[in-house]
Design a protein around this ligand. Structure first.
Ligand SMILES: NC(=O)C1=CN([C@@H]2O[C@H](COP(=O)(O)OP(=O)(O)OC[C@H]3O[C@@H](n4cnc5c(N)ncnc54)[C@H](O)[C@@H]3O)[C@@H](O)[C@H]2O)C=CC1
Ligand SMILES: O=C(CO)COP(=O)(O)O
Length: 332
């Protein structure tokens, strides 16, 4: 099978950057945007001023407001915020051609149902071939052509191989995996941990605390991935550890910058006020907490973060509680 055309659903920062990548990869690319201003800005000025300002888009990226126009595409990249994945795929269902692969590029767990994005896809477009693209990749850097590497997970190895070649572009290197669950767990949990890392920075708790949080957070991520049926080795790769390191190290991350604001004393409402872009860790934290509880997985950092974001506790209480937990073996 050879893929010549790509449809990207969702023209936020990441959907726009991925459309840039698929155009560079030589695919005829159609990007679907919900907002009329985004359609106008890309078609008139070749820039997504609302979500990815300052990056000129390749002439190969065409934009449409109309999901129906993506019905003839060879591959679909689904890039809405995770909490809108279900409604987005349902809206696309009348236009979906059976057999067309769906590459899930959003990072999160659905609130309420506690479902991963692959579960949401299986329920909305049953039988659709699925892949997960996830890893350390800031949209602004990728869209400028700076080097990045990500995990591309697909259970069907032949399809995965084909997608790997199709979606690689100069500077954008996907690495193949077969474990979708591990890839999804990594991307969802790192966003919650990035908020925690931001708090550590914002409170001035120091580099040692920062390193401890990344390491203990990685242990939580691994436990959840394994309990869900994923593999520890997957989360040790780009989609887990790699993305955790990136997102916990730079205020370019929306999640880390939310944490920075909280650590500096802003309330959650103040920190999120006026923001158009998504902080997926804020959205997924309650789902991560509930999933951990349902599976009996110990995730003290993510659980404390969920309570903090829900107004159940304060930054100081979270720090005190985490530091006074019983001492234990590191590998446990
Ligand atoms: N920005 C980045 O660097 C990266 C983002 N991602 C992931 O990509 C996903 C999308 O994030 P971004 O593109 O950054 O978004 P963004 O924060 O730049 O933009 C918000 C997006 O939400 C959409 N939206 C708002 N209300 C909606 C609704 N009711 N239904 C459907 N869509 C709605 C907007 O159209 C827009 O596309 C997230 O899961 C994020 O974690 C993954 C890798 C990198
Ligand atoms: O997922 C990302 C980088 O890999 C983007 O992180 P933020 O959503 O925190 O900006």
């Amino acid at each position: 099978m050879e893929f010549r055309t790509a449809g990207v659903i969702g023209a936020g920062a990441w959907g726009t950057a991925l459309a840039q990548v698929t155009a560079w990869a030589g695919l005829d690319t159609l990007l679907q945007a919900r907002e009329a201003e985004v359609v106008e800005s890309i078609s008139q000025r070749r820039v997504n001023e609302a979500f990815l300002p300052g990056v000129t888009l390749d002439p190969g990226v065409r934009v449409t407001p109309d999901l129906a126009e993506l019905g003839d595409r060879d591959i679909i990249l689904a890039v809405p915020p995770a909490q809108h994945m279900r409604a987005t795929l349902e809206a696309f269902r009348p236009h979906y051609r059976p057999g067309v692969p769906i590459v899930l590029c959003s990072k999160g767990i659905e609130r309420g149902s506690l479902k991963l994005m692959t579960d949401v896809l299986a329920e909305t477009l049953p039988g659709a071939p699925a892949a997960v693209l996830s890893g350390p990749s800031f949209a602004g850097e990728v869209a400028r052509g700076l080097p990045s590497a990500v995990t591309l997970a697909c259970a069907d190895e032949a399809l995965g191989e084909e997608l790997l070649w199709t979606l690689s572009a100069p500077g954008f290197r996907p690495y193949l995996a077969t474990d979708l669950i591990g890839a999804e767990a990594g991307g969802a949990v790192k966003n919650v941990l990035a908020i925690a890392c931001g708090i550590v920075e914002g409170r001035g708790l120091g580099r040692s605390a920062h390193a401890a949080l990344i390491t203990r957070g990685f242990a939580e991520m691994t436990r959840l991935a394994v309990a869900l049926g994923g593999k520890a080795e997957t989360v040790a790769g780009l989609c887990g550890l790699g993305d955790l390191v990136l997102t916990c190290s730079s205020p370019q991350s929306r999640n880390m910058s939310l944490g920075l604001a909280l650590g500096q004393g802003l309330s959650v409402e103040e920190a999120l006020a006026g923001k158009r872009s998504v902080a997926e860790g804020y959205q997924s934290a309650p789902a991560v907490r509930d999933l951990a509880a349902a599976l009996g997985v110990e995730m003290p950092i993510c659980t404390a973060l969920a309570a903090l974001l829900n107004g159940e506790t304060s930054v100081d209480m979270v720090i005190d509680n985490l530091l006074s937990r019983p001492l234990r073996a590191e590998g446990g």
